[in-house]
Design a protein around this ligand. Structure first.
Ligand SMILES: Nc1ncnc2c1ncn2[C@@H]1O[C@H](COP(=O)(O)OP(=O)(O)OP(=O)(O)O)[C@@H](O)[C@H]1O
Length: 253
């Protein structure tokens, strides 16, 4: 099993409850699921249901209060996504890249974390990544302000795949884009998944995007998984919230 999330719980101190109060608000409630190599699992839920908190726990940016998270049988280590072999692509593409860096520098950074490459090798690997993401090679000297939102998100995806991670977490990775860029990025993610044999945890509000990209789906509600199913069984979900989500989609095929 690639990823195992077992009985995970996370709470934060309750706002306004005083410095010495131990009152807490439970954000993640007894969440368990597993992801096999090659899976793309969609995590869908409304705003504030705890999806991003779950993402931060899985990639080791925070630790759970209870339960455990294992990647390839090893416990995920706090604040070491490199050791954890997990990459993350966030929603806010503009702030996910350094505005002072060129595309070449943005892509050099993750590549040089793991290996020693000379300038020529680095240049060749960056060309390869740009090609994989459907971007022209002449973007290398450009800065973020000289790129479109869709191009920046493709660069963020290049950064995510640069380290050959075991798992990529896509946290609302298409939400800030216009509809046509969303479709293009979904196509890119689907192509990279089969080309590089990637595994994704795809966090979103968008059930149609889940239906397009994922083979399994978890419905998240108030920090709990309230329903889970294979993508082919979407129409037979039982929970009211999951049914409501499905009904909210005008055309669904
Ligand atoms: N560090 C923190 N301290 C206190 N509360 C937090 C912290 N991080 C998140 N929360 C709270 O946890 C709840 C869940 O937040 P989270 O961002 O995980 O939800 P989400 O489902 O990803 O929402 P969205 O779809 O809007 O991004 C929110 O009420 C949020 O205010």
């Amino acid at each position: 099993m690639l990823l195992e999330v077992c009985n995970v719980e996370k709470s934060y101190p309750l706002a306004g409850s005083g410095l010495f109060s131990n009152k807490k608000r439970q954000i993640i409630n007894d969440v368990s699921f597993s992801l096999e190599q090659g899976d793309c699992i969609g995590v869908i839920g409304e705003s504030g249901s705890g999806k991003s908190t779950l993402a931060r726990l899985i990639c080791g940016l925070e630790m759970p209060n209870r339960g455990h998270i294992r990647l390839n049988g090893k416990n995920v280590v706090i604040a070491d996504t490199r050791k954890n072999h997990i990459s993350v692509v966030f929603q806010d593409y503009a702030s996910s890249v350094n505005p002072l860096m060129t595309v070449f520098q943005m892509l050099s950074e993750p590549l040089l974390l793991n290996q020693k490459l000379n300038r020529q090798q680095l240049d060749a690997r960056i060309s390869e990544l740009l090609l994989l993401a459907g971007l022209p090679d002449d973007l290398k000297p450009r800065h973020a302000h000289e790129l479109s939102g869709g191009q920046i998100q493709r660069i963020a995806i290049c950064r995510a795949i640069a380290t050959n991670p075991e798992l990529i977490i896509l946290d609302e990775a298409i939400s800030s884009l216009d509809v046509s860029s969303q479709v293009q990025i979904l196509d890119l993610l689907a192509r990279l998944k089969s080309q590089l044999n990637l595994s994704y945890l795809f966090i979103t509000h968008d059930i149609q995007a889940v239906a397009y990209l994922c083979n399994k789906v978890l419905f998240f509600y108030q920090g709990r998984i309230i329903e889970r199913c294979n993508i082919d069984d979407l129409v037979s979900v039982k929970h009211q919230y999951a049914q409501r989500l499905l009904k909210s989609v005008v055309s669904f095929d």
